[in-house]
Design a protein around this ligand. Sequence first.
Ligand code: GDP
Length: 478
Amino acid sequence: VNDSLRPVELSEDNLLGGLLASGFDIGACLSRYQSSLYRKASPYKPFPYLLSRLRAYEDLHKRCGPHTNSYNHAVKQLQSGRTASPTDCNYIVWISFSGLGNRILTLASAFLYALLTNRVLLVDPGTDMTDLFCEPFPNTSWFLPMDFPLKNQFKDFDKKSPHCHGYMLKNNLLNASSGTIPTYLYLHLVHDYDDHDKLFFCEEEQTLLAKVPWLFLRTDNYFVPSVFLIPSFEQELSRLFPEKITPFHHLGRYLFHPTNEVWGLITRYYNAYLAKADERIGIQLRIFETSKGPFQHVKDQILNCVLKEKLLPEVSKQDSFFPSSGSQKSKAVLMTSLTSGYYEMLREMYWEYPTVAGEVVAIYQPSHEEFQQSEKKMHNRKAWAEICLLSLTDTLVTSAWSTFGYVAQGLGGLKPWILYKAENKTAPDPPCVRAMSMEPCFHAPPFWDCKAKKGIDTGILVPHVRHCEDMNWGLKLV
Ligand code: GDP
């Protein structure tokens, strides 16, 4: 038998402190119980209340999941379009949208919303979700069945479609007091959403939404920070996450398990290049420029950051050789980028010159895909594998604005150094900043006081929701 398929004793460690349920087929998703062999134990233990809510959610999902009686009943009601009588299961359907990092963040946001509102989360598989992610809930499926009646309409859902929550509000088509509750609503929380869509974050709207059996959600944003500002969720959130910086960390480790194909990419790479180093450093480069690069100003910025913050050792350009003591520390640097220019720069530097204190520095980059190709299977598998590999490092440097990096830092429980976004092709000074927390940034939050009905800075209301380091209008939990 292949060693990796032998039954493993499931311990506290494999189950991530009780975060993961036992009872899965181990071979069907090796990463689920093996990731603890690669990833450092989290310094943040999930609280017992979160664990009990996850177990309760798993029961709910099993009872209401695809092809159960409750599901069939709810689908019938949806098809009939009749104004809802109360159903025993309510749903939120996550529509597959945007790049991989974005999708992981929005799925975690949707799951937290489902937990808070007792909804069942169903995942539109899109083109590749089943190829990338294992099932997170035991004895059921989170994937929306292929025969789901409204599936072909997802592409038409947008901020002007008749069932769009914001659109209906804008046109006075939704009125809770009239007693007519639609069977479904489409929630448009994409970055281009308008003020009416943003009313989603108002308690009053949540009261209405709670009565709608089916919600369809399209978003490219980690909207959790603004959910923390909705008063009716406050108490439950503080019980679920007494440590306010842990929602994505815990939910991400709970939900996102790479499929065996992706796990193979991760473990082969890790074992070949990273496992033996004394220290692993991740550098995630996402350069939002119109042309491809590499750019001198980005090279300068990377060096300025890693040397100034002492993440990588200085080299000596005077001395060409230091005798080896045989006991030098080894550092393995994992770089991820769509291009290979920055990797070549660092690798050459540590080849051409010795480090001052004699450390051995090896630079690795698994792929250089040149541009985003979200429709290709192997491209996305590699992207997911690289996010996971970054999450296995000890020290992480990420790029401003990138959800790819946010996922890696959250899963790894790492507070990264963030490379500021360069303006006008000049290296920013300072080049990077230490993140306040490992939480992702919400890039398009609402700035609205629901009670006073006026604009407000939502980044200064409570101490645990602040503006992000890398985007001054974004919000993050700290
Ligand atoms: P964001 O655009 O940085 O917020 O991250 P997303 O993951 O949402 O979208 C970027 C997409 O570009 C990824 O999903 C990948 O398809 C691709 N991509 C970007 N950077 C890398 C990288 O370093 N490695 C690989 N393999 N793909 C990348």
